[in-house]
Design a protein around this ligand. Sequence first.
Ligand code: EPZ
Length: 419
Amino acid sequence: MGRFIIEGGYPLNGTLRVQGAKNAALPILAAAIMSEGEITLTNCPQIRDVDNMLEILGELGAGVERQDDTVKLLPGKASRSVMPNRLSKELRSSIFMLGPLLSRFGRAVCTYPGGCEIGHRPVDLHLRGLAALGAEVSEERGRIICEGTNLRGAEIHLDYPSVGATENIMMAAASARGDTCITNAAREPEIEDLQNFLNAIGCSVWGAGTSTLYIRGGIEHIPSAVYRIMPDRIAAGTILCGVAAAGGKVTLCDICCDHMGAALSKLREAGCLLDQGKDALTIEMNHRPREIKLIETYPYPGFPTDMQAQFFALCAVAEGTSVIVENLFENRFRHCAELAKMGAVITQKDRTAVVRGVKRLSGANVYARDLRCGAALTIAGLCADGITTVDNIELIDRGYQGLDDMLRTLGAHITREDG
Ligand code: EPZ
């Protein structure tokens, strides 16, 4: 088990280009299996979740090549529609392989992706959506089996704007006969990136970014395509939280400020100076963070749940008291116990936590219990007195392309010890 070793007290200064978006790359890699041409993805983040997805595509028979952040796929060589057990368990989000595999092969089988660190993570909305398109969905011995060679377009209303369910249905609907309309669809920017990719491979999808999505079905031939993954708004927000907590002045390049409204608004409330460009942003912080009174997570464009833990670390050293409410996942406060080891003053009950900021946290040995918890503990280590070790950094590597390298580039005293 690897660890970060962080000596706190050093501000962050400099310029950094942000990685491609994990939560756009994963569904786009899944969608690629629908094509029989050659798919080239650029700005594809070099992270463990992408590694796992590439391994899944390889085990399905697709040709896979990677050179830094460029991935070349030959999905035409794929011949299997049964997902490898181990990988589909390890990578929860492999569930949205069901739609594209169904679209390509008329059949898809994957291991039931049980809960994970942050919650139960049901997939009922995915399965109901695929069934509405005419797929036969069954579950046996922990596996989900979807069959249907004659999918037909449908009007599908999602009880909840699930990101993954929206993506799964979009991909399956592309090859259905007739048109599909999804209402109460997720509005996350990653949905728009998937829409743009699907249209680049010959589909006809529109409405992404709104709650109503339209998919023209019946795609036949899917050509080759070259597509650039959008910037990672959560990786960008994580670095910005680091500057807000540790102080300094940093410019982030190749980001999309329009995707980060909720987080940027909370950084301004904490007293950060933000200078926004179209695809770059400079943040400056030269005092203790001011109080952020309330953070409530919501589906996009509300405050992102994937930024909750990182802001929690910021609030732990802010001047006042913050109330943080996690509305999406039932177990996404696992960073509380670890931050408390560093001296954070937290009261938490169910999905609400109250954190009273302290002037300085103290370095401690802490443990990354999930991806964003690990990012939060790393931020806390940057502004703690003394040395902090963050164990289990393999979880951090799932979503960040070298979080330690990024922070070291900006002047943080952080090293990695591989376990
Ligand atoms: C995506 O997960 C992201 N992952 C998550 O990012 C992110 O936190 C989440 O969207 C919300 O923004 C990827 O895109 C790979 P959901 P997903 O379906 O699709 C309930 C990270 O840290 N739900 O929108 O699984 C579910 O229980 C990860 O990068 C159902 O009830 O999220 C949850 O309460 C973590 N039934 C809520 O919806 C379903 O069938 C949000 O889930 C599906 C979901």
